[in-house]
Design a protein around this ligand. Sequence first.
Ligand code: UFG
Length: 341
Amino acid sequence: MPKTVLVSGGAGFIGSHVTVELSQAGYDVVIADNMSNCDETNYEGVCRILGRKLPLVKMDFCDSAAVGRLFADYHIDAVIHFAAFKAVGESVSEPLKYYRNNLESFLNIVEEAKRQGGCNILFSSSATVYGVAEKLPVTEQTPRQPATSPYGNTKQICEDVLRDSVHAYKGVRGIALRYFNPIGAHPSALIGELPRGVPNNLVPFITQTAIGKRECLSVFGNDYDTPDGTCLRDYIDIVDLAKAHVCAVSRMLDGRMKEDYEIFNIGTGRPVSVLELINSFEKVNGLKLNWKFAPRRAGDVPAIWADTSLANSELGWKAERSVDETLAAAWAWEKHIAGRN
Ligand code: UFG
């Protein structure tokens, strides 16, 4: 009997890629999403890639009764929780929206796991929990810094909720994956990132500028203490990232966890500057991007990248795709979307 994995936020950017990889690895996937930040494009793309329809339950994880019904309707072996708001700037201007949504939805899932007498929970955390780290690259042991945004704080609080709950409630197990910067799109170009309005993140802004939706990319800051003055990040291919979830879920379901709560960094281990990323994008796709330097963006850390040894050895997972391949996929996806409109 295949095991069933519930993917909250499964119609979104990361959730849709994870759904594809889980399904292709033989898991039954139930997608649940309130569609508040996406349409059905990625869901339809997932079904096309897989050649079959997956269950899509439209519901809000802040509704505890709906979460209860979901667990009554399906025998769920593991939950991967993506359903959350994710705009850092908006979280600063609307903190209550973020605390209410991101905490309540996760509390409802953990509560239900407890009520079920146990469940495996994978929480999508973020490198943001490390803040300005004292030493780079960061390992899972690197101390977390006080969060600089309500968004970042919800990631830290949810990690703590999971850690404390696995210790208190029998049968509840958890893994937190701390993502670095997920970018790119599925090689089929049928699923990818679909930001609403002006993109906050670098790669969607680059692809939208290249296609002519945006006039010019602003590179935020050129006076950082880094080799070329622009920020360094660890850009992880979305399909590689999705595969890490399959490794983590199978580790939980096959009883291979060493502790009931584990944390893994999911990145490439390679720092890439904003200018290097732009150069790669131009080179691999054979085009010129319109960009200019602009002042630093508030809240940006100068540099962060992952030590991925723990994920490599314990999950048996490693990032495989090059930044060039990933940026080619991101561009193919942008063109797919433009052709559709
Ligand atoms: N950048 C630009 N121009 C843009 C957008 C971004 O120069 O238009 C730069 C940023 O200054 C940064 C780099 O590109 O140096 C990456 O920025 P992103 O917004 O793509 O990613 P961040 O590293 O800021 O964000 C990530 C995650 C968030 C998380 C945040 C916390 O996407 O979920 O890290 O640091 F909260």
